[in-house]
Every structure is written in C-alpha cells, then in structure tokens.
Design a protein around this ligand. Structure first.
Ligand code: CU
Ligand code: ZN
Length: 179
C-alpha cells in the first residue's frame, strides 16, 4: 500500500469505529477470573485512542450491586489477587476517578464502579484520559485489572472497596483491521 492509501484506510477504519491505524495505538485484553470458586468471570477490552485508553468491562457471576474496578501495579493475579500489588500509581497522586480528575489528580486506572444486576452481569464503558497501553509513563499494558467486593467511594487511599473478587492481566492483542 502507498502511504496515501494507508492513510485513507486508517481514516476509514476510524470512521467505522473498528480501530485506529495509528502506529502507536495498541489493543489489549484482560480475562477476569475469580479469586474464589465459584465466582466472577469477565472480559475487559482496551484500546488506545487519541483521548486515552478506551475500556469496556463485561462481567458475569458477580454479586449484584456496585463493584470498584481499578488497574493495579503488577500483572500477576496470584494469592487471591494480592500479587497484583496496589493501585498503579506512577506519580504518587491521590486516589480518584481518572475520567474526571485526570492522571495528575488520580491513579491512571481509577475507573470507578461497574453496576452488576440481579442476574450477576454488568458492563462498564469508560475512557482513561492520559493513559496508554503502549509505551509511556502512564502505560498500563502488562498490569492487572482488579474487581473489588464493594463499591469505590473515592475516599483515600484506595476507595474503601474491600477485598479482591476478580483479577485479570492486561495483555496486548492483535488489532482488528479492515484488510
Ligand atoms: Cu483496586
Ligand atoms: Zn486508585
């Protein structure tokens, strides 16, 4: 493909909402497993966009109600999710809600709460501004996504969300293309 047609294909892909063709943009996936059996299952898809990392969380088998979802430091869900460490916090900022507060005033993976219905399923769609899957100071590729037993009340230091009921490691995946 010539550069011009690459650009056109990229723009067409963006217009169709099936993924940007920008060289820096990565796609990611985290498969959420329960820290106990039986328990929560889910998938999290992530995608670099010009506005930050677009995240879609889908859960099943979770207790009804609100549950905090965060990105934690390490890509390791061993020991009931404890091996994931604390909230990813490269700039030693307070805990918050990154879509509103930004990475200068919240942890990059502070994405708030998912609403789970009576059937145990729920979804959350959110964009994390200033965050990236690829390389950069706020890169979240290879870290983990943790689902908590309770809602995030946005208090310090980590939102008072209780134990870890689900965990998954963010891996980079092949982007969808229009070829
Ligand atoms: Cu957390
Ligand atoms: Zn936090």
């Amino acid at each position: 493909m010539k550069p011009g047609s690459m650009w056109a294909a990229g723009m067409a892909a963006m217009a169709m909402g099936i993924g940007a063709a920008a060289a820096w943009a990565e796609n990611g996936l985290a498969v959420i497993g329960s820290t106990k059996e039986p328990g929560v299952l889910g998938t999290v898809t992530l995608q670099d966009t010009p506005d930050g990392v677009a995240v879609t969380v889908q859960l099943a088998g979770a207790p009804p109600g609100q549950h905090a979802v965060h990105i934690h430091q390490y890509g390791d869900c061993a020991r009931g999710g404890e091996a994931a460490g604390g909230h990813f916090n490269p700039e030693k900022t307070p805990h918050g809600f990154v879509p509103k507060d930004g990475v200068t005033s919240a942890h990059p993976g502070d994405m708030g709460n998912i609403d789970v219905g009576k059937d145990g399923s729920g979804s959350l769609t959110v964009t994390l501004p200033g965050v990236i899957l690829g390389s950069g100071p706020f890169s979240v590729g290879g870290r983990s996504i943790v689902v908590h037993e309770r809602a995030d009340d946005f208090s310090q230091p980590t939102g008072n969300a209780g134990g870890r009921i689900g965990c998954g490691v963010i891996v980079l995946t092949e982007p969808m293309t229009s070829e």
